[in-house]
Design a protein around this ligand. Structure first.
Ligand SMILES: Cc1cc2nc3c(=O)[nH]c(=O)nc-3n(C[C@H](O)[C@H](O)[C@H](O)COP(=O)(O)OP(=O)(O)OC[C@H]3O[C@@H](n4cnc5c(N)ncnc54)[C@H](O)[C@@H]3O)c2cc1C
Length: 379
């Protein structure tokens, strides 16, 4: 006898999506998280069209759409000049836009849905080790308790204990530059329906709308402060040609700094241990793919686990790994290209912008970017 069929370690967006999907299918599922409460930071700000499509079955998309802002356009710009316009509004989907919504809201709505379906998250509870044999897995926790399960899923983020315990490699590296991130209030010209990547000579800056008249600013900087001030963010906007009356920062609501890793797990499966989300892949937030990919992994893994628990051969779980891992590799490559282009040496940036401007006038290039950024290419 097992305590549960599926034990999920981690209640971030990936773990919550997996849990709600499994509970909806009537599968005995236990979720634990080491944090006493859900994180309340905005981190991932973009929910893409493909994620909304896969969350529709769970009845979460309409709730997200109610709380988010619809941004049907994404542009790469150099000052006032548009280099590449990307139009999501023409995509063949029920959700032809990027939905701008803070990660804390996405997690709250996923948790609400899990609770409605009869599930819960046990917290704080920290996994310390896992052992498996042919029949099942025993997970040990910091409070001395052990839980047995048929399968254990590591949805436990970049430093995944499940991945380490499974002995799965996590190849890749870390970018040299640090990034500053701030959710700010602005005066001036900032559109509410568009995500903009400014590629100024002085460096890249992302300006993206969030609910509540807030804008997300992200920029690579040499030595980003732990908590950026309004003056610091204003200086970045001024240096990169976005200040001078165009965008005036009046208030920083939340800010952070981060380094970016780019890594993909060697496999998403080792016997009865499985990985989803950041535990399996991390990459640059350029293109806003991280959380989206994790949620999409979780929906695919829920179907695979349901099939195996209903008697399908467990090679279905290998299929899950084989199907999802190349997608993460593609996203790592795409975001790597975007990040490297954005952080090119200063002298090369004008040439880069000319080349990007020329490519950006080609409609198939615009279309390919729209399909990729919206995630629809991974259908
Ligand atoms: C500053 C910042 C900005 C970002 N911006 C974007 C963005 O714009 N777009 C985007 O798509 N993504 C962005 N991301 C990435 C995004 O936040 C992650 O991809 C997403 O949170 C991954 O979800 P997850 O559920 O896989 O993992 P996580 O959200 O990391 O959740 C893992 C959970 O596991 C729990 N846990 C860990 N170890 C244990 C343990 N041993 N026992 C029990 N519980 C454990 C943790 O407490 C946590 O709740 C950003 C990240 C950061 C840090």
């Amino acid at each position: 006898m097992y305590d549960t069929d599926v034990l999920i370690i981690g209640a971030g967006p990936s773990g919550l999506t997996l849990a709600a999907s499994l509970v909806k299918m009537g599968i005995a599922t236990t979720v634990v998280d080491r944090q006493p409460a859900g994180a309340n930071t905005s981190r991932a700000a973009v929910v893409n069209a493909r994620t909304l499509e896969v969350l529709d079955d769970l009845d979460v998309s309409r709730r997200l759409v109610k709380e988010g802002i619809q941004a049907p356009r994404f542009t790469i710009r150099d000052g006032r000049r548009t280099l590449i316009p990307v139009d999501f509004s023409v995509l063949p989907t029920e959700f032809p836009y990027s939905l701008m919504v803070p990660q804390a809201t996405t997690e709250r709505l996923l948790l609400d849905r899990l609770t409605e379906l009869g599930g819960t998250v046990i917290r704080p509870k920290t996994l310390t080790s896992v052992t498996q044999d042919g029949d099942g897995v025993t997970a040990a926790f910091d409070d001395g308790e052990a839980i047995t399960a048929r399968y254990v899923v590591g949805a436990d983020g970049i430093h995944s204990t499940v991945r380490k315990q499974a002995g799965i490699g996590f190849e890749g590296g870390v970018y040299e530059e640090s990034f500053t991130l701030a959710d700010v209030r602005l005066r001036g010209e900032a559109p509410v329906d568009e995500v903009i990547l400014f590629w100024a000579k002085a460096g890249l800056t992302v300006v993206a709308p969030l609910p509540g008249d807030i804008y997300r600013i992200v920029a690579p900087v040499h030595d980003a402060p732990d908590e950026p001030s309004a003056a610091f963010i204003q200086q970045i906007l001024d240096d990169r040609g976005l200040g001078a009356g165009r965008m005036i920062v009046t208030d920083v609501v939340w800010g952070s700094r981060f380094r970016i890793h780019h890594r993909v797990a060697d496999s998403y499966r080792a016997g009865r241990l499985l990985l989803v989300g950041d535990a399996a892949h991390v990459h640059s937030p350029a293109g806003g793919q991280g959380m989206n990919l994790g949620i999409q992994d979780a929906v695919a893994l829920a179907d695979a686990l349901a099939a195996v628990l209903a008697g399908a051969p467990d090679t279905v779980l290998d299929d899950y790994s084989a199907a999802r891992r190349p997608i993460a590799q593609q996203v790592v490559e795409m975001t790597d290209r975007l990040t490297r282009l954005a952080t090119l040496p200063r002298a090369l940036r004008p040439i880069r912008n000319v080349a990007i401007g020329m490519a950006g006038r080609i409609p198939p290039v615009q279309r390919a970017l729209a399909w990729r950024l919206s995630g629809l290419v991974y259908r």
